[in-house]
Design a binder for this molecule. Sequence first.
Ligand SMILES: [Zn+2]
Ligand SMILES: [Zn+2]
Length: 666
Amino acid sequence: MPFAQVALPLPLRHTFTYRVPDALSARIEPGVPVEVPFRGRARRGVVVEWTATSDREDALDLSAVLGPPLFDAHLLQLTRWMAEYYLAPWGEVLAAALPGGPSGMPASRGRKSAAGIEERALALPLPEPFTLTPEQRAASHALETSVRRRAFAPILLHGVTASGKTEVYLRGAAAARDTGGQTLVLVPEVALGSQLVREFRRRFRNRVGVLHSYLGIAERRRNWELARRGALDVVVGARSAVFAPLPKLRLIVVDEEHEPAYKQNEQLRYHGRDTAVRRAQMLGIAVVLGSATPSLESLANARRGKYAHLVLSRRVDRRPMPQVRIVDLRREGGTSQLSLPLRAALAERLARGEQVVLFLNRRGHSHHVQCRACGFVPRCPWCDIALTLHLVPRAWRCHYCDHDAAAAAACPACGSRLLRYSGAGTQRAERELRATVPAARLLRLDTDVARAGGTDEVLERFGSGAADVLLGTQMVAKGLDFPRVTLVGVLDADVALHLPDFRAAERTFQLLVQVSGRSGRGSRAGEVLVQTSTPEHPAIAAAVAHDDRAFVERELAERKEAGYPPHARLVTLLFSGADALEVERAATRAAEMLRQEAESAGVRVLGPAPQPLARLRGKHRWHVMLKGPRGAEVRRHAARALDWAESTERPRGVRVVADVDPVDVL
Ligand SMILES: [Zn+2]
Ligand SMILES: [Zn+2]
């Protein structure tokens, strides 16, 4: 009687052996979903391997086969690599790889027709003849050649904003299709109406499928099925689309490769871009990472010759880069969000009927609320964080767990009415704008608007010219292409600069360059005003001067000095639980256990320490950071702590997970 190795979505990093009853043996093969008994309960998992014999005499019988295989040999290999690399249970990786995420494990798989997507395919005109810039032509040629060669070819496409990266992707995808192959396009966030999706639909018609988290599970499964049958030439999706079943995959595009959204920071902590590169390597195909502000990791790979480096240094149609001007807030005085130079520039654009984007990376009204009489600060009862004042609806709100409390007019501690509000967010900027330029038609876009389902409507209205000013958080910094925008105002460039995170400067630089890139994309020249209290900071100075080389040189040198990526590799061990003392004890124990052996192998063990956000949603949080020049060695030591956390010696009531290559150390 044969045996099956089953991966279960449980926090245990090994597979489980089950006996296959004769009645089921004909249907068992790697990749099939099955039901098995586990500690007295029925559980769903995936068969990853089957063997004729096993030394597990006590193995239980597998209870049911739930359908045909969900994963082919390649996807099993990819998910297995992820489980090993990210120190995660294979079963959890497989669950995350299903079209509906962990809830997508089917009882039986629907086999609906694929009619829906064809009917909804847009009938758009054929593309107009397009003249490429010499740089675009060279980049397209290099990409097409790599696609046809059918060998692993990682390419960094480094193109300034509005340099026409999409056109290069489209030509690469056309080359893939012409050789009978498919293209996977990853984007940080999918908006169905986004320019990228529109362009792909225009060229590939109904052979484009979008995998979208707000499509229902049934529809996502249908697109999954179409992709699997080879009925789609191009699949566009966010991070988890990296798992899309594409039997003839020839090219992977990772657009805006620097975006932190590619890293999943909950449940399975994996990086979509890095997984895409690995997938391309396993398949022996081309993968192109595109960005105007590449991550330091990708730039370092290009410098070392691991990635080909294609550069688009000019905008299309000879459009100039926008003029960037600094407004030094230290000389402005007052508490207004709108400096005099910004007001003047705003008035000028409004008079000319042009559009303006204003960027402030903080939502809500005021971030710091404090009683001037007694010093009271309203705090979240579940998280170690001060609450933010929101006006619509009026509440003190936690930006981590969304807890809210009635926003009192008087101090809840001493009754004084001297509450001080500082640290302006988008809601306060909106109020000030309405008071300053009452005639301007204003739209706001931030997480609060997005949660109410308003994103597409706001972007559509702004795009149609029904508004003059779009004010928003980083949602307005990314990829938007509105040709009538000639002014971008950055209300506070310093918001993210001083966070206790080694990537703070890189993030600030990227955001400033990206949001500046929204200006002057049409026939009229663009301008950018950057309000800052630290104009001399290298990240701000380099963004203003369009001098990414200066920033990158300096930042790489600093990372090397401090031993941070890309010069070192990091794994963070995260400990969380309801009991503060138990969590601290577990973290201390793990650090002690690892330290000697790790440090003699050149891996530094930092901590234990409370995480910067020491309590989140009621859970206490500590971490231990491992750092060393070689990733495999750092992971090997982190795995020892996880082995302990999964053993019978494990700390009770404390969850221990690893974050390999963390992008956010807050
Ligand atoms: Zn008070
Ligand atoms: Zn909270």
